[in-house]
Design a protein around this ligand. Structure first.
Ligand SMILES: Nc1ncnc2c1ncn2[C@@H]1O[C@H](COP(=O)(O)OP(=O)(O)O)[C@@H](O)[C@H]1O
Ligand SMILES: [Mg+2]
Length: 270
């Protein structure tokens, strides 16, 4: 049986090159299937944390366990296999613009195929079917053969989500996935990620610029500032004072730092 704990971080510290401390004394437990939002001002260490959670970088010190596995013990093949189990969606969606949508979607499989095998199979009907199903799940099935750079920003973000669906990881990390799309679309995309994690029971961690979206759609919210966790609590316990403290000394972002009002959609079904 798989351990219930997806992530277990214990006293994690990350120091970059010239002594830049990005994370300090970071403890975190995330259960399988849990949905967590991370908020905090720019430079708080959110992206650094995500890069650690998807095994792109390693802690300078402290313990990082994923599914009970100590990541420090993983190298080569075992590290690649661990990375394959974690899907990441970025603000800038990291797609290859000149490729057709289907190729970008199928590149979600690259972690698990040999390069040659993956290139040869890009045109196989079974793979087309896989890509089409994922694109249909994110609402743009008709874009299978479109050139990626001809899609809108929101559609490209859906392609990035479809790519993660094809990868079929245990965990989805989304690092500011909606910072470059307009607010109504942002909400649609967050709802889509929530629906996916609901349907597939994948663990979902989203790093958000908008406190409103975090508080509206996630049961647990972590506030980060200057490399440390300021709070980690049930959304219902996040107070205007906590948000004020989180963003003090920083320009308000999307309502952050302003008096908190219960968003309307928080009370309506998603
Ligand atoms: N590769 C890097 N080299 C040096 N410093 C870095 C690097 N990545 C991040 N940092 C620093 O670590 C801190 C946290 O950055 P980051 O994780 O990007 O924050 P956030 O995503 O919350 O805006 C910042 O001070 C940033 O300058
Ligand atoms: Mg960031």
């Amino acid at each position: 049986m798989k351990p219930a704990q997806q992530y277990h971080l214990d006293g994690v510290r990350k120091v970059f090159g010239r002594g830049q401390v990005a994370l300090e004394g970071f403890d975190l437990k995330v259960a399988r299937g849990e949905r967590v939002a991370l908020i905090g001002p720019s430079g708080a260490g959110k992206t650094t944390l995500f890069r650690m959670l998807n095994c792109t970088i390693r802690p300078t010190s402290g313990h990082l366990r994923i599914g009970g596995q100590e990541v420090a013990d993983l190298y080569g093949r075992s590290l690649r296999e661990m990375r394959r189990r974690i899907g990441t969606i970025y603000q800038q969606h990291n797609l290859v613009p000149r490729l057709r949508v289907l190729h970008n979607v199928l590149s979600g499989r690259l972690g698990s195929w040999s390069l040659l095998g993956s290139l040869a199979s890009l045109a196989r009907p079974s793979q087309l079917e896989t890509a089409h199903r994922a694109l249909t799940d994110v609402g743009i099935g008709e874009k299978l053969f479109s050139r990626t750079d001809e899609l809108s920003g929101g559609q490209q973000q859906r392609v990035a989500i479809a790519r993660v669906l094809v990868q079929d990881p245990d965990v989805i990390l989304a690092d500011e996935p909606v910072s470059s799309v307009d607010p109504s679309l942002a909400e649609t995309i967050i709802k889509l990620l929530i629906a996916i994690s609901d349907d597939t029971r994948k663990t979902l961690l989203v790093n958000l610029h908008s406190t409103d979206l975090a508080l509206s759609y996630f049961p647990r919210v972590i506030g980060m500032k200057a490399g440390v966790k300021l709070f980690d609590t049930a959304t219902s316990r996040v107070t205007p004072e906590l948000l004020q403290e989180l963003y003090s000394g920083h320009a308000p972002v999307n309502g952050a730092g302003e008096p908190y009002r219960e968003p309307e959609h928080r009370r309506t079904a998603v």
